[in-house]
Design a binder for this molecule. Structure first.
Ligand code: CMP
Length: 143
């Protein structure tokens, strides 16, 4: 079954949006198979955002994502990677449709509440950056 990596970013945690966001993915029908509240070290942040190194917003991005705890999660389900991206809304909240997480709760691209893997390759890479295999659970979803 397909898995993706989702993370409530520091602004989402501080605005008490963990429950709201988890609830949206639960109600959609996806299955939570891993989760933890954690601080991201600068080293992990640089690995996670390696593709953005050299961009003008990179330093700001690293200091924001390491500024407070994040809620890291692994979700499982059919087409969860694409579906989660749709449910999150466009990266820049100004372009995110109402009804999406960013469309409903975020104002600026620099503080956009949530991260989600953009492809199967990113999901695999990001899950292994944030979670050990034994931190993920496996259980039958019967309905
Ligand atoms: P995310 O989906 O976590 O992946 C990369 C992040 O870079 C993105 O969300 C934004 O938070 C951030 N980002 C992208 N473009 C900009 C920008 N122009 N200015 C500041 N942050 C940006």
């Amino acid at each position: 079954m397909e898995k993706t990596f989702l993370m409530v970013k520091p602004d989402g945690v501080q605005r008490n949006l963990i429950g709201e966001i988890v609830s949206r993915f639960e109600r959609k029908g996806f299955q939570l198979v891993g989760a933890k509240l954690m601080h991201i070290t600068p080293e992990l942040a640089e690995k996670h955002y390696a593709e953005h190194k050299g961009k003008p917003f990179f330093n700001e991005l690293i200091s924001y994502i390491t500024s407070g705890p994040v809620f890291a999660m692994v979700w499982q389900g059919e087409n969860v990677i694409r579906a989660a991206r749709k449910m999150m809304g466009a990266t820049n909240p100004i372009d995110a449709d109402p009804g999406t997480v960013r469309g409903d709760f975020a104002l600026t691209v620099g503080k956009n509440i949530i991260h989600g893997s953009d492809s199967a390759e990113s999901a695999k890479r990001e899950i292994s950056l944030f979670f050990q295999e034994e931190e993920l659970v496996s259980y039958e979803k019967s309905f």
